[in-house]
Design a protein around this ligand. Structure first.
Ligand SMILES: [Zn+2]
Length: 104
Protein backbone atom coordinates (compact mmCIF):
# COMPACT_ATOMS: atom_id res chain seq x y z
CA UNK A 1 0.00 0.00 0.00
CA UNK A 2 1.40 3.46 -0.87
CA UNK A 3 2.10 5.88 1.97
CA UNK A 4 -0.72 8.20 0.91
CA UNK A 5 -3.09 5.22 1.17
CA UNK A 6 -2.04 4.69 4.76
CA UNK A 7 -2.69 8.32 5.60
CA UNK A 8 -6.09 8.25 3.93
CA UNK A 9 -7.00 5.15 5.95
CA UNK A 10 -6.06 6.91 9.15
CA UNK A 11 -8.28 9.87 8.31
CA UNK A 12 -11.49 7.83 8.47
CA UNK A 13 -10.30 6.17 11.69
CA UNK A 14 -9.59 9.55 13.30
CA UNK A 15 -13.00 10.88 12.22
CA UNK A 16 -14.81 7.74 13.46
CA UNK A 17 -13.07 7.99 16.86
CA UNK A 18 -14.17 11.62 17.21
CA UNK A 19 -17.74 10.97 15.99
CA UNK A 20 -18.22 8.12 18.47
CA UNK A 21 -16.63 10.19 21.27
CA UNK A 22 -13.88 7.66 21.86
CA UNK A 23 -11.54 10.67 21.60
CA UNK A 24 -12.42 14.30 22.44
CA UNK A 25 -11.66 16.98 19.81
CA UNK A 26 -9.24 18.77 22.15
CA UNK A 27 -7.24 15.55 22.54
CA UNK A 28 -7.02 14.90 18.82
CA UNK A 29 -3.92 16.07 17.01
CA UNK A 30 -1.26 14.59 14.81
CA UNK A 31 1.99 16.07 13.49
CA UNK A 32 1.88 14.00 10.29
CA UNK A 33 -1.08 15.80 8.70
CA UNK A 34 -1.36 19.43 7.49
CA UNK A 35 -3.10 21.79 9.94
CA UNK A 36 -6.10 22.33 7.70
CA UNK A 37 -6.67 18.56 7.50
CA UNK A 38 -6.43 18.25 11.31
CA UNK A 39 -9.10 20.97 11.61
CA UNK A 40 -11.18 19.30 8.89
CA UNK A 41 -11.05 15.96 10.76
CA UNK A 42 -12.26 17.69 13.95
CA UNK A 43 -15.10 19.45 12.07
CA UNK A 44 -16.28 16.33 10.22
CA UNK A 45 -16.02 14.27 13.43
CA UNK A 46 -18.29 16.77 15.23
CA UNK A 47 -20.71 16.79 12.27
CA UNK A 48 -21.03 12.99 12.35
CA UNK A 49 -21.51 12.76 16.13
CA UNK A 50 -25.21 12.52 16.98
CA UNK A 51 -27.31 10.79 19.65
CA UNK A 52 -30.62 9.18 18.70
CA UNK A 53 -32.54 10.20 21.85
CA UNK A 54 -32.22 6.80 23.56
CA UNK A 55 -28.68 7.42 24.71
CA UNK A 56 -27.39 5.60 21.66
CA UNK A 57 -25.65 7.03 18.64
CA UNK A 58 -27.05 7.47 15.15
CA UNK A 59 -25.26 7.60 11.83
CA UNK A 60 -25.78 11.03 10.26
CA UNK A 61 -24.82 9.68 6.83
CA UNK A 62 -27.47 6.93 6.52
CA UNK A 63 -29.80 7.40 9.52
CA UNK A 64 -29.01 4.07 11.23
CA UNK A 65 -29.94 4.31 14.92
CA UNK A 66 -29.29 2.42 18.15
CA UNK A 67 -25.53 2.24 17.79
CA UNK A 68 -23.15 2.00 20.73
CA UNK A 69 -19.91 4.03 20.72
CA UNK A 70 -18.02 1.05 19.37
CA UNK A 71 -20.88 0.27 16.97
CA UNK A 72 -20.84 3.75 15.46
CA UNK A 73 -17.05 3.67 15.20
CA UNK A 74 -17.06 0.37 13.28
CA UNK A 75 -20.09 1.34 11.18
CA UNK A 76 -18.47 4.58 10.00
CA UNK A 77 -15.21 2.86 9.04
CA UNK A 78 -16.87 -0.11 7.31
CA UNK A 79 -19.75 1.63 5.56
CA UNK A 80 -18.71 5.24 5.03
CA UNK A 81 -14.92 5.33 4.63
CA UNK A 82 -15.05 6.83 1.13
CA UNK A 83 -17.65 9.45 2.10
CA UNK A 84 -15.66 10.43 5.19
CA UNK A 85 -12.42 10.86 3.21
CA UNK A 86 -14.32 12.94 0.66
CA UNK A 87 -15.90 15.13 3.38
CA UNK A 88 -12.50 15.71 5.02
CA UNK A 89 -10.87 16.58 1.68
CA UNK A 90 -13.60 19.10 0.86
CA UNK A 91 -13.63 20.59 4.37
CA UNK A 92 -9.83 20.84 4.24
CA UNK A 93 -10.02 22.78 0.97
CA UNK A 94 -12.74 25.03 2.37
CA UNK A 95 -10.59 25.87 5.40
CA UNK A 96 -7.57 26.52 3.19
CA UNK A 97 -9.44 28.85 0.81
CA UNK A 98 -10.97 30.72 3.75
CA UNK A 99 -7.50 31.25 5.19
CA UNK A 100 -6.26 32.66 1.90
CA UNK A 101 -9.00 35.27 1.94
CA UNK A 102 -8.99 36.14 5.64
CA UNK A 103 -5.39 35.95 6.75
CA UNK A 104 -5.49 34.69 10.33
ZN1 LIG B 1 -24.33 4.96 8.23
Amino acid sequence: MPRSGLFMNRIEIYVARLASELVSPSDFDTPVLPRNIVHAIRNVGALLSKRDGNGKYMCVLCGKKGLTKRGLYLHLIRMHGDEIRDLVAREGERILSRKKIYIE
